[in-house]
Structures are given as C-alpha cells and as structure tokens.
Write a protein that binds this ligand. Sequence first.
Ligand code: IMP
Length: 409
Amino acid sequence: MSCTIVVGAQWGDEGKGKIIDILARDADIIVRYQGGNNAGHTVVVGEDHFVLHLIPSGILHKGKTCIIGNGVVIDPEALLNEMNMLRKRGVKVDGNILISESAHVILPYHKVIDKRRGAKIGTTGRGIGPCYVDKMARCGIRMADLVNKDALKKKLRANLEDSKEFDFRKIYNVYSIYGRRIKKYLANVSVVLNKAIAKKKRILFEGAQGTLLDIDHGTYPYVTSSSATAGGALTGTGVGPTKIDKVIGVVKAYTTRVGEGPFPTQFETTLLDKIRRKGKEFGATTGRPRRCGWFDAVIAKHACMVNGLSEIAVTKLDVLDEMEKIKICTGYKYKSKTYRDFPADIDILDKCTPVYEEHDGWMENTNSVKKYKALPKNARLYLERLSELLDVKIGMVSVGEKRKQAFRI
Ligand code: IMP
C-alpha cells in the first residue's frame, strides 16, 4: 500500500470502518476527505465496539497519524466529544490528529436548517447539507476562521445579519472557545500529505457514506452533499490524482440504505426483518432501521466505473448464511426497456422492476472461515459471480464484525 483510497460502493454502511481498520495496520497516515459526523464507522476491537463519526478509524491503531481533510465539514462540539470519548477509553488523540485549516465548520444554524428542510431526503439532521451550501455560496466559516477572532466575528456577523432566531454573541462566544481548544490540531494538511508522499509514507484515504450518496454520481436528490466517490479524496485533501495507487470499493454481500430515495431491490417485510436482525442493520449515527435488499449489480457496476475501482472488499457475507436462495439484480426493466447501466433518471429507479438471477445459498455458517478456499462452494460461486458481473477482482471478504473475521484473497 502506498496511496490507497477506500470508498463505499453502495449507499453507505458497507462496513468501511472495519476494512479501513484492517488496512490501517499497513498505513502510516489515515485521512478522512468528505462528509462530517453524519458518518458512523463501527469497529470492533476484541469485545469493544467503537463508533466513529469524524475521526478516521485508523485512530484505534497505535503510532498512526489521523488527518481530517479540507473536504470534511466539522461540528466542533462533535469533534471534541469524540476526542473525549476516545481519551476516556484509553485511545491516544493528542499529537496524532491533524485537522485541515480549510475544513468548513458546522454552525448551530446549519443544524436547525437541516432538521427543518432535510426530512424529505431523510438526512441525519447534523447540518451537513446546509454547511456545504454555505461553502459553495462562499459564505462558509472555516477552521482557520475559528481561531482568528476578527475573521470569526466578521463572517458570523455577516451570516446572521438578518437573523432574529440566532444570537450572534452566544454563538461567537461558544465557537471561539471551540477554536481555542482545537487550535493545536490545525495544519496545512495538503502540505503534510504531499511531503509524506514524497517520503514514501503509506496513506489510506477513508471515504464516508457511499457512491450512491455522492452529490454527483448518486441517486440525486436523495444523496448527501459531498463527493463520496474517489475523486473527493483528491479535492478533499489536496493530493493530486497521479499520486494514487489503488482504489478499493467496499460492498456488502447484499444492499442497504437509510433515509429516503429509490431502492429497486428492497426486500418485502419477511426477508427485511430476517436480514435486518441478522445483519444488525440499524444506523450507527441515528439508530434508524436500515432498508435492506438483494445485491444490486447495476449500482455496484456504476460504482466500479465512477471510482475506477482496482478491487472490492465484500462484507457481511455471513449474513446470507441461512438463505436457501439468493438473488442478484443484473438490470432494471422500465416500460419496455431493460437498463443494464445506472440511469440518471430517478423515476426509472423508483418505478422499475429489477431483473434478477437466482443462486443456491450455502446454508452453512461462515463466521469462522479464515481463507477463501474454506468457504462453502456456493458462497465461492456467489462471490465469483459478483466479481464477474462487476468485472473487478475481490481482494477481501469479511464474515463477521470482529477484526479476525476477514481474510484477503
Ligand atoms: P445527510 O448526509 O445527513 O445530509 O443525509 C443525506 C442522506 O445520506 C440521507 O439519506 C442519510 O440517511 C444518508 N447518509 C448520510 N450519512 C450516511 C452514512 O454514513 N451512511 C449511510 N447513509 C448516510
């Protein structure tokens, strides 16, 4: 590994936290490049469960530098709380975390606007979208402003000029305290990363959410407001495309999504309950039950293409252990046409009938499998079919939530 990007290749929650945690062993630096505390990366270390929202999952390994890039939007309160939680649980967070001076700050009004307007999309309500709106409208407040009293005062005052709802003084006071507490972590992340690359350091770029939630390549408007695809790793950190060696896409062996929006392969109630229970499919950030469905090769193929995936990691294969028959969606039928490529028209996704192929399940427990060859034959056939449909190799398979329950191929 030198420079590797890890992205979600579905609608998020693919199990990136665990894959990044495994890959982090061989990395020197782990860097988050987009999103904010809407993400929830779950990592199980021994009997301990960690859910990380902002700080890269690599923090759970000693001796690594963890970076939050300029493409991330930061709620300072959430950041400081997460640092405290980690400190209390014995994880080192001082001297090993750097935060981009150019990352944008989530302010109280972003959260209020999000809660008010985000219901239609089913947002996490963390202020992510409105913060990116201000960034694009060029009135955002960045981390560098948070530690510069005059800049913070001027920008905050301008943003709250006509507001009767938000008290400038109150927000200014609280946020300048956050600024003082965060100041020591701030850095010119682009310079740090490019110098590290020149010294042949190994860098892991940690994506949040997933390709189908990407603002450009996802199921717009039912998306998050950032670039969750591999391109976001470049703009979100200030590292150029020629420096990247590998892009790994993480897919679940089936599909899930939280929030609103089309989901062609969603299960009917009986299967939904079964998979949701077995796969513990509840949002790591909001606790909302996730919608579940069969593996959708159309969206996964789209993810392979727009991210230029070098390989995929398949997670939660064990959740399908008790399924007699397993389906894979290979196309969408809409009106008289069959679509094999991901359509931009959301109406097609919403109203289409999925075209399925059916496979025999393996009906065996795979939780303790440690190598590919030891998987039941039908599980291998299922994985091989996924690889064939997506035209990408499978580099890793995960068969449980613990670190040990995964193997490389
Ligand atoms: P937002 O990112 O809070 O604006 O929410 C926009 C959409 O993205 C909603 O459907 C959320 O449920 C979804 N979303 C945001 N973050 C995640 C995530 O980490 N995993 C899965 N879905 C997410």
